[in-house]
Ligand binder design. Sequence first.
Ligand SMILES: [Zn+2]
Length: 232
Amino acid sequence: MSTWEEVTGGVIRCRLPGWDETIGAVAGDDGLLLVDTGPTPGAAADAGREAAALLGRPVTRLVVTHPHFDHLLGAGAFPGAEAYGPRHDAAENARDGVRQGLAPEDAAHGEELLSGVRWRIMDGTDVTLGLGGGRRAQLVDLGAAHSSHDIAVVVHGPVPVVFCGDLVEESGEPQAGPDARPERWPGALDRLLELGGPEAVYVPGHGALVDADFVRAQRDALRARFGGAGPA
Ligand SMILES: [Zn+2]
């Protein structure tokens, strides 16, 4: 059992052992929206089962924040869910997982099951999902920044919650690999700060929950490191 923490009412998340990646869950009227799926279908299935038990609803929808194996390769655990995600190359994802230490058989299994997912690939525009009770989750399509295609999730409510994917990292330096577009990254964080506002809880892709000040400081550090337009 992973350790889950409540972010705000009806919104929980856990940090997986190993790469310390976040899996989040948001309660809707009759189902859960899972945010990211970890590196394997097994880890994703466990997390989905735990979240369903804690929030009393099954996983009916999921969103993958970006096409890195530690967030995407578990998605095949939920072939029945409505899945929102970035453009991705399943084979390349599996290869990258193995390069980063994922067991080859786990990578192959994850890759195979990805083809059974009912993907709705994001196309550059935001998608808003009703959660019931007047609440909604906004899937924010930010394009390339930390990765080739980053998507954040803003849960609008009395205390807004922003699932940042790896646009924000707390437990390590923000990672910019070969697929990153670092010059676009500070602008993506500006958009998240605008949507979440000063009171939101910001959930990093890796690490502890943070606030708007932390996100602003990370934006400034990225801008100093990589450049990028906009106010310093
Ligand atoms: Zn990443």
